[in-house]
Design a protein around this ligand. Structure first.
Ligand code: NAP
Length: 304
């Protein structure tokens, strides 16, 4: 028997879809994928998720969402979907352990941190280069840290990294920041944070581990190097949609195209969260999209 509903991904969108689908007796099968909790699992203090006035840690929020979804019958599988075929019905999906069939699918695969694409970046991942302050900040106690980016992530994670580093320098390619004013104010008031504006990291250098970065001024073209132990990169995200290329309509940037009700180009396949949303990108909006996708999936299944 095919599954009624398979959900791919277990961040705020996938877990909320699982909760709503569970409560609609769809017994959703959720493929957790490589990163349970999605991006909130790598986020430190979550202060803007309603209902938690004192804030909470990202992984804790993800664990609570999972517990709530499981309470209503969602079944979590600690595997990734590696191939799909949406041209047949039921839909066919493959995970590491074999083939699965489903009458409806919700894609909530989220997005992955964007890379700088400079020499040294790949070579020093885990040896000074990181995309996750929660995961790696601890290793940089009393060290020199550089954070790349000018958005909310760079500021929020930069502030978190001041718990560990001797100094945190935020390197941004323009002289104005995108981060929200509250985070900017907090960073500017923090004595451990300094700013290198209108500059880009051109090369990451080291010997076994990162020792310095080469910077270039985006105004004058001047180049210089500075000693550093940790380079934390927060410059946005790429949608995780490679799996669906050729099967679902996508934007030029690779985001899934959905209608107002989160239907993709294939009836019965829905999308929720940062896999289609390149605008709001909040845990709460992703959760909202998860709710919408599950409600639409339920309507679709009833109509079959
Ligand atoms: P973002 O808002 O897209 O910001 C990315 C930053 O990286 C921008 O400042 C951008 O510069 C810079 N950048 C992009 N590509 C670059 C490159 N190749 N080299 C150097 N710099 C580059 O991404 P984000 O900060 O990850 O935030 C994503 C979303 O999550 C946003 O909607 C944000 O509001 C949300 N978020 C919210 C919170 C919170 O509410 N506390 C925390 C984290 C994230 P430009 O400014 O020049 O484009």
């Amino acid at each position: 028997m095919p599954e009624k509903l398979i959900i791919i991904g277990a961040g705020p969108a996938g877990l909320t879809a699982a909760l709503y689908a569970g409560r609609a007796f769809l017994e959703p099968l959720v493929f957790v994928g490589p990163s349970f909790g999605g991006q909130i699992a790598t986020t430190t203090d979550v202060e803007n998720f309603p209902g938690f006035p004192s804030g909470l840690q990202g992984p804790e929020l993800a664990a609570l969402m999972r517990e709530q979804a499981e309470k209503f019958g969602a079944r979590m599988v600690e595997e990734s979907i590696v191939k799909v075929d949406f041209s047949q019905r039921p839909f066919r999906l493959w995970s590491e352990s074999g083939e699965h069939e489903a009458l409806a699918v919700i894609i909530a695969t989220g997005a992955t941190p964007r890379k700088l694409g400079v020499p040294g970046e790949d070579a020093f991942v885990g040896r000074g280069v990181s995309y996750c302050a929660t995961c790696d900040g601890f290793f940089f106690r009393d060290k020199e840290i550089i954070v790349v980016g000018g958005g909310d992530s760079a500021f929020q994670e930069g502030l978190f990294l001041t718990k560990f580093g001797r100094r945190v320098r935020i390197v941004h390619r323009r002289d104005e920041f995108r981060a929200n004013p509250t985070l900017q104010r907090r960073a500017m008031e923090n004595p451990k944070i300094e700013f290198i504006k209108s500059a880009v990291v051109e090369r990451i250098l080291g010997d076994g581990k990162v020792t310095e970065v080469q910077l270039r001024s985006t105004k004058t073209g001047e180049q210089w190097t500075t000693p550093v132990d940790g380079v934390f990169i927060f410059i946005g995200h790429e949608p995780n949609t490679q799996l669906f290329k050729g099967q679902l309509a996508m934007t030029e940037e690779g985001y899934l195209v959905v209608d107002q009700r989160l239907h993709t180009s294939v009836p019965g396949v829905f999308a929720a969260g940062e896999v289609h949303d390149n605008w709001f990108k909040q845990a709460i909006t992703s959760a909202g999209f998860g709710c919408m996708a599950a409600m639409e999936a339920e309507k679709y299944l009833s109509s079959l």
